[in-house]
Ligand binder design. Structure first.
Ligand code: ATP
Ligand code: MG
Length: 557
């Protein structure tokens, strides 16, 4: 896109360019390999943008492969949600949609080949014995008494395992590598386990399932993936993947690790996110407070801003924590350019223009988005009775140099309307201001002002008889602490009790009446909002995407 700008390459791009130049690789194949056991989150977005991004850049291909080797937690619902999320992010896998479960037959054959070579054996230790022999990171493991059983015996038992002769856990297939390796993953890792359980795609066909480690690398090889990009925690698994490639003589997919995305005030782990859903701490995977792709989409974060964010943070090999404010900044920047402006009054109080004739109405014009001259204009009726925000009025305000808004005898401009002067107000018995009175100056109509008056304050307003009553869901950060990787207690102890507050008294200008689910707005001076799926014929429901500026940092430091 930005052809003239000299780009600096990240370390993965450098590697790929090197491989292409040296002819190690003709065409780049990458893959995004989600396990369909939950919804995708913002961390996955980083991996998606990276894998699909480099494939695009080098005219290669990125596969979508579901690593669905664990029947316990996997569901078709997740498969569909994952596909929708990747498409929404703006990426396309074409016809390259694969499932590790489609390779079960081939994986079984590879396992048999390993046994035949004497590189794998069937073990029948109990779980307790297994753990005893495993050793620890500082202490070598011990070999199982079944390790050297004859090859034919292992072959026979493995086949019996497949045909259902054993209960769960009674036998496993293990690679025969090195029980004294300092790398625990090389101590005869399990390749197959028995699970009498239905699989979301293969039904009851199989009762043995390959482990993630066995299936993942082999699937990469079967798809001839050239660059298998994964997060740093898999670095210690690489020797095993390389060992399997050597033993089986299969396509040598090259694994390269990068740092996972950690975000401040955010949990990026499917397991923890599922706990929030199942414990009803949130309304679902797509609750707008969730860092899932579906949650932040519903909240109003845009695909473009997420792509921009992942671009900004780049890829590195060092683990760290990224400030969530960077993501929010990308969202504000995008919405500022695209979201239509409207007036919204969050805490309405009535303003009566006493010198305005009773049934008179004038139409004021406002640009939909001053940042975009093609965005058109909208009409706003101006009438005798208006609503303004309670916070824009003070009964006894400080000096006009400090307080630009409305107070007795003070003048302000009603944006896109007239300059008004406050002449009084009325209070309820409880002492609350219920009506404010003002007079307008007919020579000050916005765009046609001949008065020469200068006022510092400009207020939003809506015409009382035209105002649209809506519900607004005000979201704040889901967690109160910055680094959730550092806590020792239950992460749920750190949930922000005020992450959702509901405003049922807010009023919007009448142009909002036609808003559709998914429409996004900037309520002037307040923030960005999106029309939620829960809206119904009686009422529009808005999610607050973000406040106009980052208020959190100030509030909490
Ligand atoms: P989780 O820990 O949330 O369950 P996972 O790694 O188990 O994540 P997978 O479905 O296996 O989830 O992930 C698919 C791909 O997304 C993997 O290649 C993984 O490395 C990558 N990924 C997951 N979380 C992150 C993250 N926070 N940052 C970058 N990439 C990630
Ligand atoms: Mg995983």
């Amino acid at each position: 896109m930005e052809q003239n700008k000299k780009e600096s390459l990240n370390f993965i791009e450098q590697l790929i360019e090197g491989d292409l130049k040296e002819g190690n690789v003709q065409k780049v194949y990458t893959r995004f390999p989600p396990e369909p056991n939950g919804y995708l989150h913002i961390g996955h977005a980083k991996s998606i943008c990276l894998n699909f991004g480099v494939a695009q850049k080098y005219e290669g291909q990125c596969h979508l492969r579901f690593d669905d080797t664990n029947p316990e937690k996997e569901e078709t619902e997740y498969v569909e949600a994952i596909k929708a999320d990747i498409k929404w992010l703006g990426f396309d896998w074409g016809s390259s949609e694969y499932y590790a479960s489609d390779y079960f037959e081939q994986l079984y054959e590879l396992a048999v080949r390993l046994i035949e070579k004497g590189a794998a054996y069937v073990d029948e230790l109990s779980a307790v014995q297994f753990n005893e022999l495993k050793g620890s990171p500082t202490e070598p493991g011990k070999e199982s008494p079944f390790r050297d059983r004859p090859i034919v015996e292992s072959l026979e038992i493995f086949e019996a395992m497949k045909s259902g002769a054993f209960q769960d856990g009674e036998r496993v297939l293990r690679a025969k590598i090195d029980m004294s390796s300092p790398n625990m993953h090389m101590r005869d890792p399990i390749l197959y386990r028995i699970k009498h359980m239905e699989h979301h795609r293969t039904g009851s066909k199989w009762c043995i399932y390959p482990t993630y480690d066995f299936a993942h690398g082999q699937s990469d090889s079967m798809e001839k993936i050239t660059h298998s990009l994964c997060t740093l925690e898999f670095e210690v698994h690489r020797p095993l993947y390389d060992w399997l490639i050597r033993e089986l003589g299969i396509h040598p997919s090259k694994q390269t690790e990068f740092a996972r995305l950690n975000l401040s005030y955010t949990i990026v782990s499917k397991r923890s996110l599922r706990e929030l859903v199942e414990g009803h701490y949130v309304a679902g995977w797509d609750d707008p407070r969730m860092p899932t792709i579906s949650g932040i989409r519903r909240r109003g974060f845009t695909a473009k801003s997420i792509r921009k964010f992942t671009d900004t943070i780049g890829v590195a090999r060092r683990d760290g924590i990224t400030d969530v404010a960077l993501l929010e900044h990308a969202v504000r920047e995008d919405l500022n350019k695209t979201a239509h402006r409207i007036f919204g009054i969050m805490d309405p109080v009535k303003l009566i223009i006493t010198n305005w004739p009773e049934d008179h109405q004038e139409i004021m014009m406002a640009e939909n988005n001053p940042e975009d001259e093609n965005s058109g204009t909208r009409e706003m009726p101006f009438t005798r009775e208006l609503f303004i925000d309670r916070s824009d009025f003070m009964e006894d305000p400080p000096s006009p140099r400090k307080w630009f808004r409305l107070g007795p005898d003070r003048e302000v401009r009603l944006k896109k309307g007239y300059i008004i002067k406050c002449t009084g107000f009325k209070k309820s018995e409880k002492g609350e201001v219920i009506e404010i009175y003002a007079e307008y100056d007919p020579n000050t109509k916005s765009g046609q002002d001949t008065s020469g008056k200068k006022v510092k304050g400009t207020l939003g307003w809506v015409s009382a008889p035209h105002a649209v009553a809506v519900e607004i869901r005000m979201y704040d950060r889901l967690f109160l602490i910055e680094n959730l990787n550092k806590i020792e207690d239950d992460f749920k102890n750190h949930l922000n009790p005020d992450s959702l507050t509901i405003n049922t008294q807010a009023l919007l200008e009448p142009s909002a009446r036609d808003a559709q689910v998914g429409d996004q707005f900037q309520f002037e001076r307040i923030g960005y909002f999106r029309v939620d799926e829960d809206s119904h014929s009686e009422k529009l429901i808005f999610n607050r995407t973000l406040t106009l500026r980052d208020g959190w940092t100030k509030k909490n430091k």
